[in-house]
Design a protein around this ligand. Sequence first.
Ligand code: ADP
Length: 482
Amino acid sequence: MTGTSTVTSHFINGAWTDSGGPTFPVRNPLDDELVADAAAGSAADAEAAVTAAAAAFPSWAAMAPGTRQALFLRAADIVERRQEELVQLMAVEGGASRAFSTFQIRLSAAMLRQAASWGYLPVGDVIRSDTPGRTATVTRKPLGVVAGFTPWNGAFYLAWRTFLLPMAFGNTTVIKPSELAPISSGLIHAEILQEAGFPAGTFNVVTNAPGDAAAIAEVFFTSPAVRCINFTGSDKTARILGERAGRALKRMVLELGGFNPAIILEDADVEESIKAVTFGAFLHQGQVCMNTRKVYVARSLHDEFVSGLAERVRALKTGDPTDPAVIIGPLINDHAVEQIDARVTDAVDRGATLVTGGKVEGRVYQPTILTHVPADAICTTGADETFGPLLVVEAFDDAETALRDAQDTPYGLSASIMTRDRVRGLAMAERFDSGIVHVNAPTMASEAALPVGGVKDSGWGRSGYYSIEDFTELRLTTMSSE
Ligand code: ADP
C-alpha cells in the first residue's frame, strides 16, 4: 500500500481507503524521481477520518493499560524490524542520511516503549475540602480527538511524536502529513500500527495535495469532536492556524522553529565543542528545528575552533543519502536551496568571511561556515531561521554579552553551553530564556524521555511524559456526605 509501491491511499477507520480521486506526485529531492502518487484528500476524507476517530475514542480512552501497553510494545518491535526499509524510505522521500534516519528510528522505538508504561502511572489527586464530609478528586481525562499536522523534516520521528503522545493518554488522532513526505510523516506509521493491531479509528491519516491543506484544516477547526490541534511546522503557518484556532476555541500544541545558539566559553574542550557543533549544526543538512544556527566562541579559542571545525565539516561526505557514507544529502526543494544561497550571498556581500562551503550541486548544498558576519546580515540576526547547512561563528570577549546576544531572537527552543566548569555552565543555563539548554552537549541532543519544546516564538507544549499536560484535562469531582 505504501513504501515502495507507487500509489498511496488514506488510512481511515482501520482501512486503506482509495477514494479513486486525484493524486499528487511525491518526488525524491535528490533527482526528482517519482517516489509515490499520493491521494489528494478532500474535506470529505477529513470528515470521515474525524468521524472514525470520534467513534473510536470512548473504547480507546477506557482500554485497560496493559492492553494498550502491548500494542505500543508491538509497534516498537515492528519499527526496529523494518529499520532497513525505513532508512531507504527516509532517504528517497526526504533526503535523510543513514545517520539521521537511524537516529529517528532509535528515538521512535524508545518513545513507543516509554509511552507503553504511562497507562499505569497515577492519573489524579485527592484534595482536602474545608467543608466537613466533602471529598474532592481531580482526575486527568483525555481530550477526545487530537488532529495533528506532521512536518517533512524529521518526518518519521516527529510524526510519532505528533500522534503517539496524545494516544498514550487515551486520545484518538487524525494526522495530516506534510505534502512533501506523506509516507514517512504518516502513512508508514499507519502500516505499522495496523500490523501491531491498533483498533480501527484510533489513528487515521488523510493526505493532501500542495495548496489543499487549509481545506483539511478547516474540517478540524469546525468539528466539535476535535479538541486539540497539534502542529509541528513553521511559526508563519502556526500564526495562521492560531488565529483560526482562536475563533474555534481549540487548544493548540505547537512545536515551531528555533535559532539554537551555542556558547563556547574560554575553558571549553575545543575538540568536544567542534564535535558538538558539527552534529548540532549539520545533522540533516540543517533542516531540523533544533539545529545550531550560530556559535558564540570565546575569542581566545576562536581561530583554533574555526580551523578545527572547518576541517571536520569539509570531511562530511555530500551527495546521495542512500550511500551510507553520505552525511549531507539534498535540501528538500528548490525554495530551500534559494533561501540558503540568498543568505550566504547577502552575508558575503556585506563583508562576511566564507570559511568553507557556499557551493551547491543540484539540491545538495555544501555545509557552510561564515565568520566576521556584519550584524545586519539576515543569517546572523536571529530573526528567522535559515533552514539549511549554514552556521555563523562569532567571537566574543565577554560571556555576559554573548549570553545576552544569544537570546536576542524571537525563538527560544534549544541552546548549548560548552565549558569545563559545570557550575558556571548551569548558572548560565538558568539565565537562558529557552525551552531547552544543554551544558556540554549539542543543541540537537534529544532523547525520547526528555521534554522537548520551546518558549517565545518556538511554540507551546512539551514532548515526553510532560505532554500529559497538553493532551489531558483535569476533571474535578466532589462528593459530600449529604
Ligand atoms: P514547513 O515549511 O516546515 O513545511 P509549514 O509550516 O509550511 O512547514 O507546513 C507545515 C504543515 O502545515 C504542512 O502539513 C502544511 O500542509 C500545513 N499548512 C501550511 N499552510 C497551511 C494553511 N494555510 N492552513 C492549514 N495548514 C497549512
